[in-house]
Design a protein around this ligand. Structure first.
Ligand code: APR
Length: 231
C-alpha cells in the first residue's frame, strides 16, 4: 500500500533551537547585516570579499551546532509516511537529523558553484571559501545560495510536490518571502495542514489548517508521534 505523502515546508525557526539565528526575529541575522550588503547579486558585484566572509561565518557556525528534536522527529516520520522536506534553510540540519528527501529551494551553505558555469557545484563542507578560490575552469567560486532578486529554480518542483500532499506541515517560517510563502496554496483540498510557530503568522484564506503556536522543538515531536500513531 502506498504511503501517505507528507510535505514539510521549513524556515529558519526550525533551526532556532539549534542555535542558528533566524532572519526576522528580534535578534535576527538581518539585524546585524543589511540584506543589500551581503545577500544580493549586486552585493556580490560590489564587494565579493564581504559576501564571502558573511557565508564563511555562517558555515563556521554550522560546524558547531547540531540538529534538534524537531529535525530528528521529522526523520522518524519516514517510518510510515513518504516525507518530502522543502526547506528555505541553507543549513544541513535536516540531512544531519536523518531526513532523506530534502529540497533546498534557497540553496545550501555547504555548497559553492562556479561563476562561469552554474552546473559546476562543489561541496566544501564547513570550510571557508575566499577570493581567488576558483572552479576547475578557472572561475571564482560563489555561495550556492539563492540571493534576493535571483530566480528560485526549484520552486516549480516544490509546487508539484505540494500538489500531491496528503498532509502538509509548515514549520518556523514567517511566510513573508515569496515564492516560498505561496507554496501552502498549492495543496489539494483534502490536504490537512499544520502550522507550527510560536508567533502568529499570516494564515488568511488557508483552509483545513491547524495552528500550533509553540516552538518546533516541543511541538514537532508531539505531532510526529500523533501522526505515526494515527496511521
Ligand atoms: N520554533 C518554531 N518557529 C520559530 C521558533 C521556534 N523555536 N523561533 C522562531 N520561530 C519562527 C518565527 O516566529 C518566524 O515566524 O520562525 C520564523 C522565522 O522567520 P524568518 O526569520 O523570516 O525566517 P524564514 O521564514 O525562514 O525566512 C525566509 O527569507 O531571509 C530570507 O532566504 C531567507 O530563507 C529565508 C527567507
Amino acid at each position: 500500500m502506498n504511503k501517505k505523502k507528507i510535505v514539510v515546508l521549513t524556515g529558519a525557526g526550525i533551526s532556532a533551537e539549534s542555535g542558528i539565528k533566524t532572519f526576522r526575529d528580534s535578534d535576527g541575522l538581518w539585524e546585524e547585516y543589511r540584506v543589500e550588503e551581503v545577500a544580493t547579486y549586486d552585493a556580490w558585484l560590489r564587494n565579493q570579499e564581504l559576501v564571502l566572509e558573511f557565508y564563511n561565518k555562517r558555515r563556521r557556525q554550522l560546524a558547531t551546532v547540531e540538529p534538534n528534536a524537531a529535525h530528528k522527529a521529522l526523520a522518524r516520520l519516514e517510518e510510515k509516511f513518504d516525507v518530502q522536506i522543502v526547506t528555505q534553510n541553507v543549513d544541513d540540519l535536516h540531512e544531519r537529523g536523518g531526513s532523506t528527501k530534502i529540497l533546498h529551494i534557497h540553496g545550501e551553505l555547504v555548497k559553492v558553484r562556479s561563476t562561469g558555469d552554474e552546473n559546476l557545484v562543489y561541496n566544501v563542507g564547513y570550510k571557508d571559501v575566499n577570493k581567488g578560490d576558483l572552479c576547475e575552469k578557472g572561475f571564482q567560486l560563489r555561495p550556492n545560495i539563492v540571493w534576493f532578486g535571483e530566480a528560485v529554480p526549484l520552486i516549480e518542483r516544490a509546487a508539484e510536490l505540494v500538489m500531491e500532499a496528503d498532509i502538509m506541515l509548515v514549520i518556523g517560517t514567517s511566510m513573508v518571502v515569496y515564492p516560498a510563502a505561496g507554496l501552502i496554496h498549492y495543496t489539494p483540498s483534502h490536504c490537512k495542514k499544520y502550522l507550527i510557530d510560536p508567533n502568529s503568522t499570516p494564515t488568511r484564506g488557508i483552509s483545513n489548517l491547524e495552528v500550533i503556536a509553540e516552538k518546533a522543538g516541543t511541538a514537532v515531536p508531539r505531532l510526529v508521534d500523533e501522526l505515526l500513531a494515527s496511521n
